[in-house]
Design a binder for this molecule. Sequence first.
Ligand code: PMP
Length: 284
Amino acid sequence: SGWSETWTWFDGAWHEGNPPIMGPRTHAAWLGSSVFDGARFFEGVMPDLDLHCQRVNDSALALGMKPTMAVGEMLELCQDGIAKFSSDKQIYIKPMYWAESDGPGVIAADPDSTRFCMCLFDAPMAPKGTAAAITLSPFRRPTMETMPVNAKAGCLYPNNARAMMEAKARGFDNAVVLDMLGNVAELTSANIFMAKEGEIHTPAANGTFLNGITRQRVIKLLRDAGYKVHERTLGYDAFLEADEIFSTGNYNKVSPVKRIETRDLQPGPIGAKARELYWDFAHA
Ligand code: PMP
Protein backbone atom coordinates (compact mmCIF):
# COMPACT_ATOMS: atom_id res chain seq x y z
CA SER A 1 0.00 0.00 0.00
CA GLY A 2 2.96 2.33 0.59
CA TRP A 3 1.67 3.32 4.05
CA SER A 4 3.50 2.41 7.23
CA GLU A 5 1.51 0.73 10.01
CA THR A 6 -1.44 3.02 10.75
CA TRP A 7 -4.31 2.87 13.25
CA THR A 8 -7.05 5.48 13.23
CA TRP A 9 -9.88 5.90 15.70
CA PHE A 10 -13.10 7.33 14.30
CA ASP A 11 -16.81 6.65 14.72
CA GLY A 12 -16.11 4.79 17.97
CA ALA A 13 -13.65 2.17 16.71
CA TRP A 14 -10.05 1.62 15.61
CA HIS A 15 -9.46 1.06 11.91
CA GLU A 16 -6.24 -0.30 10.43
CA GLY A 17 -4.56 0.94 7.25
CA ASN A 18 -5.86 3.86 5.27
CA PRO A 19 -9.67 3.54 5.03
CA PRO A 20 -11.64 6.52 3.64
CA ILE A 21 -12.99 8.92 6.27
CA MET A 22 -14.24 11.63 3.91
CA GLY A 23 -16.68 11.60 1.06
CA PRO A 24 -17.53 13.65 -2.02
CA ARG A 25 -19.67 16.04 0.07
CA THR A 26 -17.15 16.58 2.90
CA HIS A 27 -16.77 20.31 3.54
CA ALA A 28 -13.13 19.98 4.71
CA ALA A 29 -12.00 18.43 1.43
CA TRP A 30 -13.43 21.26 -0.65
CA LEU A 31 -13.04 24.28 1.57
CA GLY A 32 -10.19 23.53 3.96
CA SER A 33 -12.16 23.24 7.21
CA SER A 34 -9.77 21.01 9.15
CA VAL A 35 -7.54 21.43 12.19
CA PHE A 36 -5.00 18.97 13.50
CA ASP A 37 -2.12 18.50 15.85
CA GLY A 38 1.00 16.37 16.04
CA ALA A 39 2.64 14.69 19.00
CA ARG A 40 4.96 11.76 19.55
CA PHE A 41 5.37 8.42 21.22
CA PHE A 42 9.04 7.44 21.45
CA GLU A 43 11.14 5.50 23.97
CA GLY A 44 7.98 4.80 26.00
CA VAL A 45 6.96 8.45 26.49
CA MET A 46 4.50 10.97 25.01
CA PRO A 47 5.78 14.35 26.26
CA ASP A 48 3.26 17.20 26.52
CA LEU A 49 0.56 15.10 24.86
CA ASP A 50 -2.06 16.85 27.02
CA LEU A 51 -1.01 20.24 25.60
CA HIS A 52 -1.25 18.96 22.02
CA CYS A 53 -4.75 17.59 22.71
CA GLN A 54 -5.81 20.88 24.28
CA ARG A 55 -4.42 22.77 21.29
CA VAL A 56 -6.42 20.77 18.75
CA ASN A 57 -9.58 21.67 20.67
CA ASP A 58 -8.56 25.34 20.72
CA SER A 59 -7.81 25.19 16.99
CA ALA A 60 -11.27 23.75 16.31
CA LEU A 61 -12.91 26.56 18.27
CA ALA A 62 -10.83 29.15 16.39
CA LEU A 63 -12.33 27.91 13.11
CA GLY A 64 -15.87 27.82 14.47
CA MET A 65 -15.98 24.05 14.80
CA LYS A 66 -17.29 22.18 17.82
CA PRO A 67 -14.66 20.01 19.50
CA THR A 68 -16.32 16.81 20.63
CA MET A 69 -13.51 15.18 22.60
CA ALA A 70 -12.28 16.01 26.11
CA VAL A 71 -8.50 16.09 26.52
CA GLY A 72 -8.71 13.14 28.93
CA GLU A 73 -10.61 11.09 26.36
CA MET A 74 -7.94 11.79 23.75
CA LEU A 75 -5.18 10.77 26.17
CA GLU A 76 -6.97 7.47 26.82
CA LEU A 77 -7.38 6.90 23.10
CA CYS A 78 -3.67 7.41 22.58
CA GLN A 79 -2.76 4.91 25.32
CA ASP A 80 -5.14 2.44 23.78
CA GLY A 81 -3.88 2.98 20.23
CA ILE A 82 -0.17 2.95 21.07
CA ALA A 83 -0.61 -0.52 22.57
CA LYS A 84 -1.38 -1.80 19.05
CA PHE A 85 2.20 -1.11 17.94
CA SER A 86 5.38 -2.83 19.03
CA SER A 87 6.83 -0.76 21.89
CA ASP A 88 10.14 0.03 20.13
CA LYS A 89 8.29 1.97 17.42
CA GLN A 90 8.36 5.75 17.14
CA ILE A 91 4.79 6.79 16.54
CA TYR A 92 3.36 10.01 15.17
CA ILE A 93 0.14 10.94 17.01
CA LYS A 94 -2.26 13.04 14.94
CA PRO A 95 -5.70 14.14 16.15
CA MET A 96 -7.86 15.98 13.62
CA TYR A 97 -11.24 17.70 13.57
CA TRP A 98 -12.91 18.48 10.31
CA ALA A 99 -16.25 19.85 9.13
CA GLU A 100 -18.39 17.33 7.30
CA SER A 101 -21.43 19.25 6.03
CA ASP A 102 -22.28 20.39 3.46
CA GLY A 103 -19.56 20.19 0.88
CA PRO A 104 -19.01 22.90 -1.69
CA GLY A 105 -22.57 24.14 -1.21
CA VAL A 106 -21.90 26.33 1.81
CA ILE A 107 -19.06 28.59 2.86
CA ALA A 108 -19.44 28.15 6.63
CA ALA A 109 -20.04 24.54 7.63
CA ASP A 110 -22.50 23.54 10.32
CA PRO A 111 -20.51 23.36 13.59
CA ASP A 112 -22.64 20.37 14.58
CA SER A 113 -21.14 18.46 11.67
CA THR A 114 -17.66 18.52 13.27
CA ARG A 115 -16.00 15.13 13.14
CA PHE A 116 -12.89 13.75 14.86
CA CYS A 117 -10.23 11.16 14.25
CA MET A 118 -7.06 10.14 16.06
CA CYS A 119 -4.53 8.80 13.60
CA LEU A 120 -1.41 6.97 14.84
CA PHE A 121 1.32 5.80 12.54
CA ASP A 122 4.80 4.40 12.56
CA ALA A 123 7.17 7.27 11.66
CA PRO A 124 10.82 7.14 12.75
CA MET A 125 12.33 10.36 14.09
CA ALA A 126 15.39 11.82 12.36
CA PRO A 127 18.48 10.28 13.96
CA LYS A 128 20.35 12.44 16.47
CA GLY A 129 22.80 14.66 14.60
CA THR A 130 20.62 15.11 11.53
CA ALA A 131 21.12 18.77 10.60
CA ALA A 132 19.40 20.98 8.05
CA ALA A 133 20.53 23.50 5.45
CA ILE A 134 18.18 26.51 5.47
CA THR A 135 17.47 29.46 3.22
CA LEU A 136 15.27 32.54 3.19
CA SER A 137 11.86 31.94 1.64
CA PRO A 138 10.34 34.45 -0.77
CA PHE A 139 6.96 33.55 0.80
CA ARG A 140 5.68 35.00 4.06
CA ARG A 141 3.29 34.15 6.88
CA PRO A 142 -0.19 35.62 6.52
CA THR A 143 -1.36 38.13 9.11
CA MET A 144 -3.97 37.46 11.79
CA GLU A 145 -6.46 39.38 9.66
CA THR A 146 -5.90 37.27 6.57
CA MET A 147 -5.78 33.73 7.99
CA PRO A 148 -6.55 31.95 11.28
CA VAL A 149 -2.85 31.87 12.22
CA ASN A 150 -3.71 31.21 15.87
CA ALA A 151 -4.97 27.74 14.89
CA LYS A 152 -3.11 24.69 13.63
CA ALA A 153 -5.35 24.63 10.59
CA GLY A 154 -4.85 22.63 7.42
CA CYS A 155 -5.67 25.70 5.32
CA LEU A 156 -2.42 27.37 6.41
CA TYR A 157 -0.15 24.63 5.14
CA PRO A 158 -0.25 25.06 1.37
CA ASN A 159 1.68 28.29 1.98
CA ASN A 160 4.25 26.44 4.11
CA ALA A 161 4.39 23.74 1.45
CA ARG A 162 5.27 26.16 -1.31
CA ALA A 163 8.01 27.65 0.89
CA MET A 164 9.36 24.12 1.38
CA MET A 165 9.14 23.25 -2.32
CA GLU A 166 10.88 26.45 -3.33
CA ALA A 167 13.71 25.86 -0.82
CA LYS A 168 14.12 22.22 -1.92
CA ALA A 169 14.28 23.28 -5.55
CA ARG A 170 17.32 25.37 -4.60
CA GLY A 171 18.97 22.46 -2.75
CA PHE A 172 18.03 23.34 0.84
CA ASP A 173 16.20 21.24 3.44
CA ASN A 174 13.98 23.95 4.88
CA ALA A 175 13.03 27.61 4.58
CA VAL A 176 13.05 30.54 6.97
CA VAL A 177 9.66 32.23 6.60
CA LEU A 178 9.27 35.90 7.51
CA ASP A 179 6.16 37.54 8.90
CA MET A 180 4.38 40.31 6.99
CA LEU A 181 6.61 42.94 8.61
CA GLY A 182 9.72 41.19 7.33
CA ASN A 183 10.88 39.74 10.64
CA VAL A 184 11.80 36.08 11.08
CA ALA A 185 8.77 33.98 12.03
CA GLU A 186 9.61 30.27 11.80
CA LEU A 187 10.63 27.40 9.52
CA THR A 188 7.98 25.67 7.41
CA SER A 189 6.91 23.38 10.27
CA ALA A 190 9.18 24.15 13.19
CA ASN A 191 10.20 27.10 15.33
CA ILE A 192 13.65 28.61 15.06
CA PHE A 193 16.28 29.59 17.65
CA MET A 194 19.78 31.04 17.41
CA ALA A 195 22.66 31.39 19.84
CA LYS A 196 25.13 34.26 19.90
CA GLU A 197 27.88 34.68 22.47
CA GLY A 198 26.29 32.14 24.80
CA GLU A 199 22.79 33.67 24.82
CA ILE A 200 19.75 32.37 23.00
CA HIS A 201 17.38 34.36 20.80
CA THR A 202 14.09 33.33 19.23
CA PRO A 203 11.33 35.33 17.54
CA ALA A 204 8.77 36.61 20.07
CA ALA A 205 5.40 34.93 19.59
CA ASN A 206 3.56 37.81 17.92
CA GLY A 207 0.58 35.90 16.62
CA THR A 208 1.85 35.41 13.08
CA PHE A 209 3.41 31.97 13.60
CA LEU A 210 2.68 28.88 15.61
CA ASN A 211 3.91 29.34 19.17
CA GLY A 212 5.04 25.72 19.29
CA ILE A 213 4.54 23.53 22.31
CA THR A 214 8.12 22.28 21.87
CA ARG A 215 9.29 25.91 21.55
CA GLN A 216 7.64 26.88 24.84
CA ARG A 217 8.96 23.74 26.55
CA VAL A 218 12.54 24.30 25.34
CA ILE A 219 12.50 27.98 26.39
CA LYS A 220 11.43 26.96 29.88
CA LEU A 221 13.97 24.15 30.14
CA LEU A 222 16.82 26.40 28.97
CA ARG A 223 15.83 29.20 31.38
CA ASP A 224 15.52 26.74 34.28
CA ALA A 225 19.02 25.52 33.39
CA GLY A 226 20.32 29.09 33.72
CA TYR A 227 20.51 30.19 30.08
CA LYS A 228 19.38 33.64 28.94
CA VAL A 229 16.64 33.22 26.34
CA HIS A 230 15.49 36.39 24.58
CA GLU A 231 12.10 36.32 22.85
CA ARG A 232 12.31 39.32 20.57
CA THR A 233 11.96 40.75 17.08
CA LEU A 234 14.69 39.25 14.91
CA GLY A 235 15.65 40.09 11.36
CA TYR A 236 17.18 37.55 9.02
CA ASP A 237 20.59 39.25 9.46
CA ALA A 238 20.72 38.09 13.08
CA PHE A 239 20.47 34.49 11.87
CA LEU A 240 23.10 35.00 9.18
CA GLU A 241 25.51 36.05 11.94
CA ALA A 242 24.51 33.46 14.55
CA ASP A 243 27.00 31.17 16.27
CA GLU A 244 24.41 28.38 16.25
CA ILE A 245 20.93 27.83 14.88
CA PHE A 246 18.51 25.08 15.90
CA SER A 247 14.85 24.32 15.45
CA THR A 248 12.10 22.87 17.62
CA GLY A 249 8.97 20.94 16.75
CA ASN A 250 7.09 17.93 17.97
CA TYR A 251 8.23 15.73 15.11
CA ASN A 252 12.01 15.75 15.70
CA LYS A 253 12.05 17.78 18.94
CA VAL A 254 15.34 19.75 18.76
CA SER A 255 17.45 19.71 15.58
CA PRO A 256 20.58 21.60 14.56
CA VAL A 257 21.07 23.70 11.43
CA LYS A 258 24.29 22.96 9.54
CA ARG A 259 24.15 25.68 6.88
CA ILE A 260 22.37 28.98 6.33
CA GLU A 261 22.58 30.11 2.70
CA THR A 262 26.25 29.61 1.80
CA ARG A 263 27.54 29.72 5.36
CA ASP A 264 28.40 26.45 7.12
CA LEU A 265 27.51 26.26 10.82
CA GLN A 266 28.74 23.82 13.42
CA PRO A 267 25.90 22.11 15.28
CA GLY A 268 26.89 23.64 18.62
CA PRO A 269 26.78 23.04 22.37
CA ILE A 270 23.65 25.08 23.13
CA GLY A 271 21.48 23.23 20.63
CA ALA A 272 22.91 19.96 21.91
CA LYS A 273 22.12 21.04 25.49
CA ALA A 274 18.55 22.00 24.52
CA ARG A 275 18.08 18.55 23.03
CA GLU A 276 19.52 16.84 26.09
CA LEU A 277 17.30 18.90 28.43
CA TYR A 278 14.27 17.92 26.33
CA TRP A 279 15.13 14.23 26.53
CA ASP A 280 15.62 14.48 30.31
CA PHE A 281 12.25 16.22 30.63
CA ALA A 282 10.55 13.66 28.40
CA HIS A 283 11.82 10.78 30.51
CA ALA A 284 11.38 12.43 33.93
N1 PMP B 1 5.36 25.94 13.20
C1 PMP B 1 4.58 25.23 12.37
C2 PMP B 1 4.02 25.90 11.17
C3 PMP B 1 4.31 23.88 12.64
O1 PMP B 1 3.55 23.17 11.80
C4 PMP B 1 4.88 23.28 13.79
C5 PMP B 1 4.64 21.83 14.06
N2 PMP B 1 3.43 21.67 14.77
C6 PMP B 1 5.66 24.06 14.64
C7 PMP B 1 5.89 25.39 14.31
C8 PMP B 1 6.23 23.49 15.90
O2 PMP B 1 5.20 23.38 16.87
P1 PMP B 1 5.16 22.24 17.96
O3 PMP B 1 6.40 22.36 18.75
O4 PMP B 1 3.95 22.55 18.77
O5 PMP B 1 5.09 20.96 17.24
